[in-house]
Design a protein around this ligand. Structure first.
Ligand SMILES: Cc1ncc(COP(=O)(O)O)c(C=O)c1O
Length: 371
């Protein structure tokens, strides 16, 4: 007889894969696709099989060097999604307490439930610009806390968590022997000048930190699924053992492409930055023009998470998609149903038109609500 029933689905991913697509798609959080043709790669650079049992060594070495950690602390993974899953599956036993920010990227909560963890939440509040409240976090930590999980940049708001705050969280976690999982999938979108060290990752702040990342969201390279975990060497070894349960070996051509992408990351990143600068200006102008939205504005990243003042968000999203061919993510997927998430990582013209349509839909919605 089983004592508990595992969660075996993610309503957000199901929605994102099956229902989010629209002509003007503001529902994605990643940068638009980076074309293969713009990478200096030829057929001669690719191969089907190669030495990648636990990650192709040149890829692991590059990831270690850019992160300022030893190669044995790097585990390659199928995107940040699998990186999160592997890290959580290694750390959490059924019944362990997983302390997860709220709101957050739904998959973190879904996977913790799938693993049978006892999920406890700490709030990130609009009145506090969605920053982590260290007092509240401390009050939720118990002797049973095994994992504290956050996203940096924060999904769904784009809020940035500083090194000082992360180090304090690390101290709180260390006091009870917990790990701190930081999903850094959007962190490369923050300019290097905001960091004290060029390595950006929290993996260098102490052995209790586990960082996950990939080349997917910040660089528009989602298709090669090049992701990784940075963890203290002992935990990294245990993560590889869990990975043995899930996959025979990585996809070798994808790891080759990961190496080529990393060697050309300045160029790939420059395109993302230029596109985001233009789209952020369009988003700012749009938000300036809307009294019906209440929003925290992050300086970085691809997303904003406004509160709709004029009526139910699900009904608004239906109108937006049905009449205006535009999609955003309803806030219920982030446990804040009065909000919706706007993504600005897409093509410039598409994003500008999507924002214009969002504005037109808000006008119609507000009128029908008598606002
Ligand atoms: C916070 C966060 N982590 C992970 C992912 C998934 O990343 P990947 O595509 O690298 O698997 C997403 C995708 O939206 C995300 O928002």
């Amino acid at each position: 007889m089983t004592a508990f029933k595992r969660n075996k689905r993610s309503s957000y991913l199901e929605w994102a894969k099956l229902q989010s697509v629209a002509k003007y798609n503001l529902a994605t959080s990643g940068m638009m696709s980076y074309p293969l043709a713009e990478l200096p790669v030829t057929m001669a650079d690719l191969e089907i099989n190669g030495p990648d049992t636990y990650g192709y060594p040149p890829l692991v070495e590059r990831l270690a060097a850019r992160s300022g950690v030893a190669p044995e602390c790097v585990v390659t993974a199928n995107g940040t999604s699998m990186a999160n899953h592997l890290a959580m599956a290694t750390i959490l036993e059924p019944g362990d307490e997983a302390l997860i920010e709220q709101p957050t990227y739904g998959l973190l909560v879904d996977v913790a439930h799938y693993l049978g963890a006892n999920v406890v939440r700490f709030g990130r509040r609009a009145e506090n610009d969605f920053a982590i409240d260290l007092g509240e976090l401390q009050s939720k930590i118990t002797a049973n806390t095994r994992l504290i999980a956050i996203t940096n940049l924060h999904n769904p708001t784009g809020a940035f968590t500083s090194e000082a705050t992360l180090r304090r969280i690390g101290e709180m976690a260390a006091a009870v022997g917990a790990w701190v999982l930081v999903d850094e999938v959007y962190l490369d979108l923050v300019p290097l000048g905001e960091f004290r060290s060029p390595y950006r990752t929290c993996a260098r702040y102490g052995p209790q930190f586990v960082a996950t990342n990939s080349l997917t969201k910040a660089y528009g390279l989602s298709g090669i699924r090049s992701g990784w975990i940075l963890a203290e060497a002992g935990l990294a070894t245990r993560i590889r053992r869990v990975d043995d349960l899930m996959s025979g070996s990585p996809v070798f051509p994808a790891e080759l492409l990961g190496v080529i992408a990393l060697d050309n990351l300045d160029k790939v990143g420059a395109r993302a930055n230029a596109l985001l600068a233009a789209n952020r200006a369009a988003l700012e102008a749009f938000l300036d023009s809307r009294a019906d939205l209440d929003v925290f504005r992050s300086r970085w990243g691809t997303i904003a998470f406004p509160r709709l003042k004029t009526g139910p968000v699900d009904a608004f999203c239906e109108l937006l998609r049905g009449r205006f061919e535009t999609s955003v993510v309803p806030g219920r997927f982030f446990e804040m149903p009065e909000r919706f998430r706007i993504g600005i990582g897409g093509d410039r013209a598409m994003t500008a038109e999507g924002l214009a349509r969002l504005g037109a839909a808000l006008d119609v919605f507000g009128q029908s609500a008598g606002c």
